[in-house]
Design a protein around this ligand. Structure first.
Ligand code: 5XR
Ligand code: SF4
Length: 329
């Protein structure tokens, strides 16, 4: 009798156990990420260049500044998983000091941001002591702490126009600097002399010209990190967020896109009737692509890699970012 009951109980337990194991196995990585995200009160933010499966699982998809501001508005969130590259997660940490900011892949560093060191900024400041320093957000927090105001690729000209000076030190992207110079007519001194994005410089005008013969009515959209030659042939120059808005309003059916390929997923999702062609095959930012679903899962589970900025640096960098935000309002 006792034995019988025992066997019955153990069979029941085994069945329950098996069911649980089965359930756990059938749960996809995506389900697990969503579950963990709820448990940890986390928000997943993904840059426009992230892999499609990451964009699909994210709470918000956008450019770095849109996402950092979004994080500020998420009052309930205790943790932010910033699926992007180092400087973007740093900006989120600067603007959300009370939240835990995680970068899923520690190796996801933006090479352009590495091109402008504090030492280099100081060197230029000695050469031009009265000239204000405007830095693209694609810089490390330590560099931001040494500038007067930040800008994004969306508002660079507006920011430079707002500065009360005819000459401006601007870095680290030389191509964006040239775009700003054309837009504002001010004298822009690029710091360092030749900072660039290794991904965006891969686009060349010949390829877009070829594509235009195939799609004569196509509109060509070019990111300002592309070369000046690319900017010259653009129908529209803008950041990823500006491209997304532009496409929604445009009556065109086909778009030739000169920026990282990840944006195509978002553009196609938001505009199912329109056609998008990358201006050159397979242009990816390998750093952005280091973030995978597996790493996102590990990041949430093990709460890594935590991005912390020393408060002395964060305080100064925050000021430079806030000055930029004030312009908008
Ligand atoms: O090159 C980038 O890293 C992307 C991008 C963009 O257009 O999304 O240039 N990022 C900047 O605009 C930074 C601001 O969000
Ligand atoms: Fe940096 Fe260029 Fe990658 Fe943007 S696309 S994160 S600027 S390397």
């Amino acid at each position: 009798m006792f034995l019988g009951k025992g066997i019955y109980l153990s069979v029941r337990l085994e069945t329950v156990h098996n069911r649980l194991v089965y359930k756990a196995k059938s749960m996809t990585l995506t389900d697990e990420i969503i579950k963990l995200k709820r448990e940890k009160k986390a928000v997943i933010l993904a840059h426009n260049y992230q892999r499609p499966e990451i964009q699909d699982i994210a709470d918000y998809v956008g450019d770095s500044i849109e996402l950092s501001r979004r994080a500020v508005e998420e009052k309930e969130a205790e943790m932010i998983v910033f699926s992007a590259v180092d400087f973007m997660a740093e900006s989120a940490a600067i603007l959300n000091p009370e939240k835990k900011v995680l970068l899923p892949s520690l190796g996801a560093r933006c090479p352009m941001a590495q091109m402008l060191t504090v030492h280099e900024i100081k060197r230029w400041k000695v050469l031009y002591p009265l000239v204000p320093v405007v830095l693209y957000v694609n810089t490390l927090a330590s560099a931001k702490a040494y500038c007067d105001i930040c800008c994004t690729s969306a508002n660079a000209a507006e920011v430079v126009n707002s500065v009360n000076a005819e000459t401006v030190l601007f870095g680290p992207d030389r191509n964006l600097a040239e775009h700003v110079q054309r837009e504002t007519g001010k004298t822009i001194i690029p710091i360092p002399e030749r900072g660039f994005c290794p991904t965006h410089v891969l686009f060349q005008p010949e390829d877009t010209r070829m594509l235009k013969t195939r799609y004569p009515d196509a509109v060509s959209m070019v990111h300002p990190e592309c070369t000046v030659e690319m900017q010259d042939i653009a129908d529209f120059i803008g950041s990823t967020s500006q491209m997304c808005r532009y496409v929604k309003k445009s009556n065109a059916e086909t778009f030739i896109v000169a920026t990282e390929e990840g944006i195509l997923h978002r553009l196609r999702k938001e505009n199912p009737g329109k056609k998008f062609v990358l201006a050159y095959e397979d242009v990816v930012c390998p750093n952005m692509k280091l973030n995978t679903l597996e790493r996102l899962y590990a990041s949430l589970k093990e709460e890594k890699h935590v991005i912390t900025i020393p408060e002395a640096v964060a305080k100064k960098a925050r000021k430079a970012l806030e000055r930029m935000f004030e312009l908008k309002n």
